[in-house]
Design a protein around this ligand. Sequence first.
Ligand code: FAD
Length: 427
Amino acid sequence: MSNRTQPAAADVVVVGAGPAGLTAAIRLAELGLVPVLLDAAGEPTRTSNASLVHASTLEILAELGMADELVAAGRRIHRLVLADWGRRVTAIDLTTVRSGYPFALSVPQSSTERLLLARLRQLGGSVRRRHRVETVEVDRAGQVLRGHAGEQPFALRARYVIGADGAHSTVRASVGQEFPGRTYPMQFVLADVPLRQAPTAADEAAVVLSADGVTVLGLLPGGNHRIVATVEPAAAVPERPDRSYLDQLLARRETGARLAAEPSWSSRFRVHHRVADRFRIGDTFLVGDAAHVHSPAAGQGMNTGIADAYDLATRLAAVLAGTADPDTLDDYQRHRRAAALEVLRFTDRMTRMALAASPFTRRLRRVALGALPRIPRVNSTVTGWITGLDRSPLRHHLPPVPASAGEAPATAAPNTASPPPGTVRRR
Ligand SMILES: Cc1cc2nc3c(=O)[nH]c(=O)nc-3n(C[C@H](O)[C@H](O)[C@H](O)COP(=O)(O)OP(=O)(O)OC[C@H]3O[C@@H](n4cnc5c(N)ncnc54)[C@H](O)[C@@H]3O)c2cc1C
C-alpha cells in the first residue's frame, strides 16, 4: 500500500535491458547520471538474435568505451556478396567505408549484451531484474511506473521514462501509442549451424537470391554459420528447422552450403514493419524495437535501437545538467523517427527486390545488381545505408554534454534534494 502513496523517485527510469535500454543506461551513466534500469526477465538474451553490428554502431560503442572488446569478440565481415542461384553477381565492399571500422562485425547478440552489461557495471549501474512494468501513469507531478517485482508490487516516480521494452512495449501501450504498420506475408527461418561447405570466404556474408526465397549466410565467432531464409507464406516449416530441412532448403536454392551437423539453435518467425507515430510522448520516450520494427534485411534492428538510445540519453543528460534547452528532446523524435522511417523504406525495398518472382524482373535485378555497385556514388549510398553512418547521431547535431563527460555535472539535476533511490550520481 505504502508504495501507492509514496513512490520512490528517479530522474530517469529505463524500462527494458535489451541492447537499446543498456545503451541508454551506459550513456547516461557516462554523463554522470546512473538511471534506474528495470527488466521483466530474469536474465539477459542467451541467443544470437541480431548478429551483425555495423560501423555506425561500433563508432557509438567506441564513444561508450567498449568497441575494442566487442570487435575482439566478433568476426570481421569485409564484403556482402550477392549471388543469384549460386552465381556470384556482385559484392558490396565495406573496406572502403569512411570509418575507423571499415567492416561489419558478426557477433551474437548475447555477447553484445554481455559486454554492454559489463560496461554499465563499470560505470556503477545495474539491472533490476524480474521487475515487470505494467503501467505508466501521468499525473501533475510527472509519471509513476507501476508493476511487479516477482510477487511484490512496486511503484516508481520518474521525471523521464525511456521505453526500451521491445516490440510488444508496455510503455508504448500505456501512453496510448499505436504501432501502425504491416506484417510480411512470408515466413523467416533462422538457424545457427556448423557448415561442411561454405558458399563464401570467412570474411564475407552471402545473400543468395532465388525464386524460392532469399538466403543469407555468414560466419559467427565460434565456427557456426548464421542462416536466415525467407520461405513462402503457406509452406510447412518446422517450429525448429532441423538439419534435413535446412540441407534441402540450401540445396534447392543452390547456395553451395551444406550442414555438418544439427543446428545449435533454430527458429521460424514472421516479421513486421511498424513505426510508432511519436517517439516522444510528454516526458516518455520510445527507443529501439519499442519504437520501430522492420525486416531483418541488412541487420538493422539492434543497430538502429542502439543509435536511438545514444541520441536520447545524450539529450536527456544535457537537459538534466542544464547544458541544453529542453527543446532538444523534440529533436530526438525528429531525427530518430526520420532514421527509423528511412531504415523501414530501405529494408522494405531490399526485401521486395530480393523476392522478385518473375523471370523478367529477376533478370533485370541480376543486371542491375551487377552494374550498380561499380558506380562509386551508388556504392557509397548503399554502404551509407547499410552501415548506418549517414543516419548516425554522431554525424548530426547533438547538444553539448556536461563538461568533462564522466564527471558528475555541477548543476544538480532535479530530484537530488533527497537522493532518489536508484538514481546514483557518479563522483
Ligand atoms: C529470433 C530473433 C532473431 C533476430 N535476428 C535479428 C537479426 O538478424 N538482425 C537484427 O538486426 N535484428 C534481429 N533481431 C531483432 C533484434 O534482436 C532486436 O532489434 C533488438 O533486440 C532490439 O533491442 P531492444 O533493446 O530495442 O529490445 P529487446 O531486445 O526486445 O529488449 C527489450 C527488453 O525489455 C524487457 N521487457 C519487455 N517488457 C517489459 C516490461 N513490461 N517491463 C520490464 N521489462 C520489459 C525484455 O525482457 C527485454 O529484455 C532478432 C530478434 C529475434 C527475436
